[in-house]
Design a protein around this ligand. Structure first.
Ligand code: UFG
Length: 327
């Protein structure tokens, strides 16, 4: 069996990736410091607790498992927090990734799949963002991810470390089998917060800004199902195994939904009202982020199956009602 080192494998996207990797015949080795991840979410392969700022610990795990590839999900990812404590993002995301990249090179691990973000593109009014769109991040989270993309390009040049970079749009939904799902503490993402508000687990949802330059005044996002997203990662890994060139792929559906439209869909799916209030803008939010994802479809053969808003909210709602991790 081929081992794949999955940093952040105890987190939301990483845990779904571990399931997809194991179904595709790989053994996912989860490396996670459990700061934002959950040990309960590690179900599909061995768990190694560790921090990416601890280089000797990373080297130890490479030596123990000799992975054929790295899938690097571990990161701090709250846009708002990244604006108030940017140093935490630069240190954790960039220095941690540099340690990991240097360890992969030292261990002769040739393939690197990296979890980047559409937030690297910044706020480009009404532009469909494809892989060649400018990268002008407006928050420290996006800036930290763009820096890691640059580091990967440099190490491709110096050491031949080949990479696939995926820039995610807004990831939503949960494993339809209910084995893993989305659980952040604190939660900052729209759909889980909305579901909490629907069943009274927290107060009304606040819409962050109603004066954006969009048809209904609220921000527009492109939502992609977590299962479709991790399928693309398995395809990316196979791409690298076939010896293909390093490549960037944007992952979204090309359809944008406003916050008010997500509220409407949630009410339809759950058949319950979403209690909400209108509030001021959140620092660091872009007006509209919509993907041009034809490269992933045409070159990787990516076929998103579950990425309708209705399906994503349905799967998230099922997980919300039945799934949980012990905090
Ligand atoms: N929103 C609200 N109220 C809330 C939460 C969110 O109105 O309580 C709005 C936001 O302002 C935004 C939309 O809902 O317009 C989606 O917000 P999320 O917090 O769910 O996600 P983001 O758009 O902030 O996602 C960004 C990047 C992703 C990145 C993610 C990391 O687009 O690439 O941050 O958290 F992965």
């Amino acid at each position: 069996m081929s081992n794949v080192l999955v940093t952040g494998g105890a987190g939301y996207i990483g845990s779904h990736a571990c399931k997809a990797l194991s179904h595709a015949g790989f053994t996912p080795i989860t490396f996670d410091n459990l700061v934002t991840g959950w040990q309960d979410a590690v179900k599909f392969g061995p768990f190694e607790k560790g921090d990416l700022l601890d280089r000797p610990r990373i080297d130890q795990v490479f030596a123990q498992y000799a992975p054929i590839a790295v899938m690097h999900f571990a990161a701090l990812s709250q846009v708002g927090e990244s604006m108030s404590v940017p140093g935490k993002y630069w240190r954790n995301n960039v220095m941690g990734s540099l340690n990991l990249i240097e360890a992969a090179v030292a261990a002769n691990c040739p393939n690197f799949v990296f979890s980047s973000t559409c937030a690297t593109h910044g706020d480009q009014d009404n532009v469909i963002l494809d892989e060649d769109s400018a990268q002008i991040p407006i928050n420290a989270y996006g800036a930290s991810k763009r820096a890691i993309e640059d580091i990967l390009r440099d190490f491709q040049g110096s050491d031949g470390l080949r990479h696939v970079i995926f820039r995610y749009f807004n990831v939503a939904g949960a494993d339809p089998d209910g084995e893993v799902g989305e659980f952040h503490q604190p939660e900052t993402h729209l759909i889980p917060l909305m579901l909490d508000a629907i069943d009274g687990k927290r107060d009304a949802l606040t819409i962050f800004g109603t004066d954006y330059n969009t048809p209904d005044g609220t921000c527009i996002r492109d939502y992609v199902h977590v299962c479709d997203l991790v399928d693309a990662h398995v395809l990316g890994l196979k791409w690298l195994q076939e010896g293909k060139q390093s490549r960037v792929f944007n992952l979204g559906t090309g359809a944008g939904f406003s916050v008010r439209e997500v509220i409407e869909h949630s009410q339809t799916v759950t058949n319950r009202p979403v209690p909400y209030a209108e509030g001021p803008r959140r620092a660091g939010d872009c007006t509209k982020l919509v993907s041009g994802s034809s490269r992933a479809v045409n070159e990787l053969g990516w076929k998103p199956h579950r990425s309708t808003l209705k399906q994503m909210i349905t799967d998230a709602w099922r997980w919300h009602q039945t799934g949980h991790y012990d905090a």
